[in-house]
Design a protein around this ligand. Structure first.
Ligand code: AMP
Length: 274
């Protein structure tokens, strides 16, 4: 495995690649969710590039940029064992110039839910993903459904800008109790981890209601709110179609139920695709 810390090193490492390149962008502190993306990408491509870059432009003022977990050595080992060809770990200077042109999130899809709570977050996210897709020249890029709105916006960007890269959605990986894996789970104390389980429990409750025939979004939301009483603050509970339009009634095979809530100082998100 080559560790590339600059654009030049990345280009040099992939010089002579003949086949298709799979790409998994991450912010590091790799866990089982990332690994599932990496393994899927490994099985579908000739070459595999993984990036670890904590992208400053997608963090808002006062967010956790400075304390975001950084575990370069462990990440390198995981990538090496998973058969990654190139681990791209650039510096911020390598990725950004001063006063550069920017990609903007769409005014509706980019400013509802997480975009409303974190205005500008998706602009920064799309900016870096656009750069990474271009510089890796990936044929396929892999994203988790865990960040459903992010996946939706990246798919839209690929379509809008005619990017020659297929965006591949990957299932959410959870621990044995149901908590969706996330690098930010490292912030949680034992008690907070227990209370964080109410996110996935609320989604399970919602799924049971749907399975028993109750498709009413308002009633499902109310039930979920009860389950989420264990968190410190609910940011949103949303029931949307696959285009992120709010819906009053769950449509089987065209619905995503999402939740964002705070447990202690940690903001958590989770969702389920119905
Ligand atoms: P991050 O490092 O948090 O920016 O995540 C990098 C990629 O891994 C994104 O596409 C995420 O959606 C995906 N990801 C993070 N957590 C999970 C998970 N629990 N299951 C599946 N994919 C995940």
């Amino acid at each position: 495995m080559v560790i590339a810390r600059s654009i030049e090193a990345l280009l040099e490492a992939k010089k002579g690649y003949g086949g298709e390149i799979g790409f998994v962008p991450t912010m590091g502190a790799l866990h089982g969710g990332h690994l599932a993306l990496i393994q899927t990408a490994r099985s579908q491509n000739d070459h595999l590039v993984v990036s670890v870059f904590v992208n400053p432009t997608q963090f808002l003022e006062g967010e956790d940029l400075d304390c975001y977990p950084r575990r370069e050595e462990a990440d390198s080992k995981i990538c090496e064992l998973a058969g990654v060809d190139i681990l791209f770990m650039p510096t911020t200077d390598q990725m950004y110039e001063k006063d550069e042109l920017t990609i903007g999130a769409p005014l509706r899809g980019g400013y509802i839910l997480d975009g409303a709570k974190r205005p500008g977050h998706f602009d920064g996210m799309l900016q870096i993903v656009m750069k990474l897709l271009n510089v890796t020249t990936a044929s396929r890029a892999y994203f988790g459904k865990k960040d459903a709105q992010q996946l939706f916006l990246i798919s839209q960007m690929a379509r809008t800008y005619f990017l020659p890269c297929q965006i591949i959605p990957c299932e959410i990986v959870r621990d044995n109790l149901g908590l969706a894996l996330s690098s930010r789970n490292a912030y949680l104390s034992v008690d907070e981890k227990r209370r964080a389980l109410s996110l996935s429990r609320s989604l399970k409750r919602a799924t049971r209601m749907v399975m028993s025939g109750n498709l009413n979004a308002k009633e499902i939301t109310e039930e979920m709110r009860d389950v989420l009483a264990d968190t410190d603050k609910i940011e949103y509970i949303a029931i949307v179609d696959r285009n992120f339009k709010s819906i009053g009634e769950v449509k089987i095979a065209d619905t995503i139920i999402l939740v964002a809530a705070w447990v202690g100082q940690t903001r958590l998100i989770d969702n389920i695709w119905i």
